[in-house]
Design a protein around this ligand. Structure first.
Ligand code: ZN
Length: 186
């Protein structure tokens, strides 16, 4: 098992439509195991394969002690009710977005062993699934929301850390990540 590198906003792989997995081989199972390890290492609750630079339709999630590894997930049904919630993304560090998601969905997929599964997540788990399935279509939280924030951590006089949310825009976020990637000219 190995922790893989998580790519960030500006890397074109995050914007590609990921390819369906035609056969689950040892390579896909190794990828899934590595994705779990990478997610845990980064204290995430979900991770999609494109985030580790593999454009395949696979994601993993961990919520309330349960783990999920889904291959070729398809949302078959969505509840009419939408709920709003604050989301972060390991590929867009220090950014949060208030995103509307369907309260409940039904997802058809294959598990790590290629068995067909149907899952009906609700609430936060449904939110995680929708966030990760978006990744497989090249969609990010900054595309889903106009309520975007930089997360700024400040240390006050007592040495206590406080986080503050500073409103921002999609273009400002894209520009900031672009700048960070620009190589230094000699
Ligand atoms: Zn994400």
């Amino acid at each position: 098992m190995a922790v893989r590198k998580i790519i960030t906003l500006g890397n074109p792989i995050l914007r590609q439509k990921a390819q369906p997995v035609s056969k689950i081989t040892k390579a896909e199972q190794q990828l899934i195991d590595d994705m779990f390890e990478t997610m845990e290492e980064n204290e995430g609750v979900g991770l999609a394969a494109p985030q580790v630079a593999v454009p395949k339709r696979i994601f993993v999630a961990k919520w309330e002690g349960e783990t999920y590894a889904l291959v070729n997930p398809v949302i078959e049904w969505r509840s009419d009710d939408l709920v709003s919630g604050m989301e972060g993304c390991l590929s867009i560090p220090r950014v949060q977005a208030e995103v509307n998601r369907h309260l409940k969905i039904r997802v058809k997929a294959l598990d790590r062993n290629g068995n067909k599964v149907i899952i009906e997540p609700e609430g936060w788990l449904a939110r995680i699934f929708q966030h990760e399935i978006d990744h497989l279509d090249g969609i990010l939280i900054i595309d889903r929301s106009d309520d975007l924030y930089w997360v700024v951590t400040e240390v006050d006089e007592d040495g206590k850390e406080r986080t503050r949310l500073i409103p921002t825009t999609k273009s400002a976020i894209i520009a900031a990540f672009q700048k960070r990637k620009t190589p230094v000219r000699r």
